[in-house]
Design a protein. Sequence first.
Length: 618
Amino acid sequence: MPSTFFGLEIASSGLRAANAALNTTANNISNTNTLGYSRQQVQQEAMNPLRVFSTYGCAGAGVNTLAIERIREQFYDNKFRQNETKLGEYDTKAYYCKMVEDYLADDGKTGFSSVFDQLAVALQNLANDPNNDSVKMAFRSTAKSLTDYFNNMYGDLQNLQEDVNDEIKIRVDHINSIAQDIATVNKQINVIEMSGGSANELRDKRDNLIDELSAVVDVEVEESPIYDQNGNDTGATRCIVRIAGGQVLVDMNDYNQLMCVARKADEKVNMTDVDGLYDIYWTNGTQFGMYNESMGGELKGLIEMRDGTNGEYFHGRATNINYAGKTTRVTISVGDSDLLNMAQCGLSDTGGVINIGDQLYYYSDWSFDESAGTYTFTIDNEKSDQPLTVVKLNREATINQGVEYQGVPYYMEQMNEWIREFAQRVNDIFTEGLTGAGEDAGILFTGTYPNGSGEYTEDELNDSRGNGKGYYYLTAGNVTITDELMHDASLLGTRENVDDENTDGTEQDGVEQNNQVRKIISMINDTEQFTFRGRTAGGFLECVLSDAMLNASNANTFYATYYSLETSIDNQRTSISGVDEDEEALSLIRYENSYTLASKMISVLTEVYDRLILETGV
């Protein structure tokens, strides 16, 4: 039979439940505008009934307040984070693609089209008056303006690559900071929940950190309960956070850290790369895998902008190895058209790392044999982890890997290709001619040595070193006019170096002595003599700028799409976990009524007990 005070216990349980609900509602209302706060709700159930051995069998025992839990939908969390990863990637790409587009755009004065048009006009003036030194000087000045344009553009893009590289370091530091915070929160959550509580605010904090992380890099979260040796739930959970295609960043209280290691001068991947580009490693020395296809977020956008080569990279097969102790010379056979043309070659000339048969080796130099379609690399066996021997024959050889995006290196390689091809055509025409004084003419375009101590000679550009590189040494960054012509424009080879008549009796260079100039004019306007991606020489900007504009447009389109989705998904998530002021106002009235009625019940029972104890004679 229940106690005389059984009703009081029931009423007091209702009073406690209503009080907990009122306090929870007050907390919700207070955090209406708190970013990332999840609405909380009191979970309660009816207590086990009490058997009273009467005809009605059992009597209700009141209400049991189980916990205060947050309302959160994991499905929308996952969708939101996946969207944030894409949004972060395309936000980064949109910003830097716009910068590339702005660099390439022609302002009507110093842009490529303006400078090239001035060069074409100067060429025509020179053709009309080839013996006028003032006209030659004017042409030389426009040619220098062209080289200055490429020098400046090359420098701007290298500065941009350096800025992107610095941002990669900032994002890596940000990832490390978030990882440490998540691990700390994981420990705090388990301390509270192993004691029987619900760490709602701490879980919100962890979710906010993961949301923030998802914009930087792709995130996967796995949480599972921890059981003791007897199979009982301890109340603790194991939370694992993986990034970049499944690499573990946080595991409960433990977290891994990333570090940026600057490449040395002899570890450059592309010829155009600035010194000190970062590779990312875990602090235990293993590679981070920053080129894996599963990675996303701002970090992916930055890496693709910094290293994107439109998928082009060095690859071939080892066909011959000459082992010579400290050094080994390995011959790599290649087949791709961009690897068979030195104008398109982007290999570093200061050394680097080559992968042969899944083993990394350091090379100090290389040469090219165009007729055989092979490269020969000089391997430094002392610097490499192990010597390169004949066991690597017929194995695949690669240098880095192609990043399928048109990033900064892509635009710089496009500039190099154009300037190498154009300079060689112009130089060949001028060196075939004679100066106004009837002397053999030299080249117009050359390049400065890497250390700035001099310039490449005509023989060096025509491969006097015998390494097959030739005009490879010429880049958009070092191209210039020869010192000789800068001091004396009359040395231009405007005259054709022939007799007065051809063997068929036709007349050769007439009194104007401008045939070589007219050959250049013909060359820059004829795709059969000079073509860049199917266009004439003046079509360079049209090709490259269209690439930049298309990339910027695509990035902006994707960004707008994912930004819209972010708003939609966040609204759906907020509709479940967010605080609605109207809903909380109704809850406040409902729980107030419950509290009032429970209080009234206690008041009624107090009067009953007074009458029972004080007024009933027992």
